[in-house]
Ligand binder design. Structure first.
Ligand code: ZN
Length: 344
């Protein structure tokens, strides 16, 4: 089988979660870095495709989880999801809820969510409960797929935006896990409908360089990023210069990777694009950070990305080239906007 082909029937499990967050002025019972959000609700909808044009949606899965660590409702979170501390006393424990969810999912599916925060919150919750943080090995982020297929953009859109874009009837408010999962499944259905239609018409505008669906599916269990940090320096420039010298390897296979776009600065961030011949495109970013002693150190992050995120970096580079050209042609503009010139 061609590994780029999707085989029907195929099931997408679109999940969405709500989580509570620690309260900054209260001592947290666990390290907030290890548990940035505690899950209080899991919602999901299955989208099954029998062919490129045949879809069916399941009834929603929904379960309320009783938090064990962040038991007081964070006010900012409450404003969004409209729940009170009293509501957090209901529900089953996370390990129970997750077992229900895993049983409902079955065993042959592609896990989907809007953005990558749900999957990382899920993994942190599994870990804190001493459960294996290995999740389904195929994960599809709907957000960048929607961006590419619907608008041919690398911009990040909200669920509400995509609902409006596809004119999906809004019968409920957003921000309850099962309703959001339902809307996201509807968006995925429209996006996949468009995607397969574009594949059938490769000559049409926007269709020609449409990435394969596989490019949007990753394995969330692989270590797909590498972070590094420099020592401290008296100024930002020196810290960045050392960070830029880091030799980079593929975080999955440790093989040498090739720069497809060399390091350039955009504001205070340095960016570059890389490629592992086996595992695909990566982006790398470097920023300088300040210590309390007013010294600087460089931090870098190399990670696997989908085609959209790589395109974002490419677009930043093109923007910069354009600006540089303008400045070369009209140097007087440079004086008007000194900050822009400094960034060059
Ligand atoms: Zn690799």
């Amino acid at each position: 089988m061609n590994k780029d082909e999707i085989q029907f029937p195929i099931t997408f499990v679109v999940f969405d979660m709500e989580w509570n967050q620690p309260i900054s002025y209260m001592p947290a019972p666990v390290n907030p870095k290890e548990l940035p959000g505690e899950i209080i609700e899991i919602g999901a909808v299955k989208l099954t495709m029998d062919s490129e044009t045949s879809f069916s949606l399941s009834r929603p899965f929904s379960i309320i989880v009783r938090p064990q660590f962040y038991k007081i409702m964070n006010r900012q979170v409450s404003r969004v999801i409209n729940k009170s501390t009293d509501d957090l006393k209901r529900g089953v424990t996370f390990p129970e809820a997750y077992q229900f969810f895993a049983d409902w999912c079955g065993d042959d599916y592609i896990l989907c969510a809007w953005g990558d925060s749900d999957i990382s919150i899920l993994k942190s919750n599994l870990k804190i409960h001493g459960l294996s943080s290995e999740v389904n090995e195929r994960f599809l982020d709907i957000q960048p797929l929607f961006g590419r297929v619907a608008e041919n953009t690398a911009q990040q859109r909200s669920v509400a935006y995509a609902v409006e874009f596809y004119r999906i009837p809004q019968t409920d408010d957003f921000h309850s896990a099962d309703k959001d999962a339902y809307y996201e499944a509807k968006i995925l259905k429209e996006t996949l409908t468009d995607y397969f239609a574009m594949k059938r018409n490769p000559d049409k505008q926007d269709s020609s360089d449409l990435p394969n669906l596989r490019q949007y599916i990753s394995n969330p269990n692989l270590n797909t990023q590498f972070k590094w940090k420099t020592g401290v320096f008296p100024n930002e420039k020196a810290a960045v210069a050392v960070a830029l010298k880091e030799k980079l390897f593929c975080p999955i296979c440790s093989e040498t990777i090739e720069a497809t776009l060399e390091w350039f600065s955009s504001g205070h961030t340095w960016m570059s694009l890389w490629q592992c011949s086996e595992h695909g495109p990566l982006t790398a970013k470097i920023r300088a950070k300040k210590t309390p002693q007013q010294e600087f150190y460089g931090t870098g992050q190399l990670k696997f990305v989908n085609g959209n995120a790589a395109r974002y970096v490419q677009e930043k580079w093109e923007e910069k080239l354009k600006k540089q050209k303008e400045i070369a042609e009209f140097p007087e503009r440079c004086d008007e906007n000194e900050q822009n010139c400094e960034q060059m």
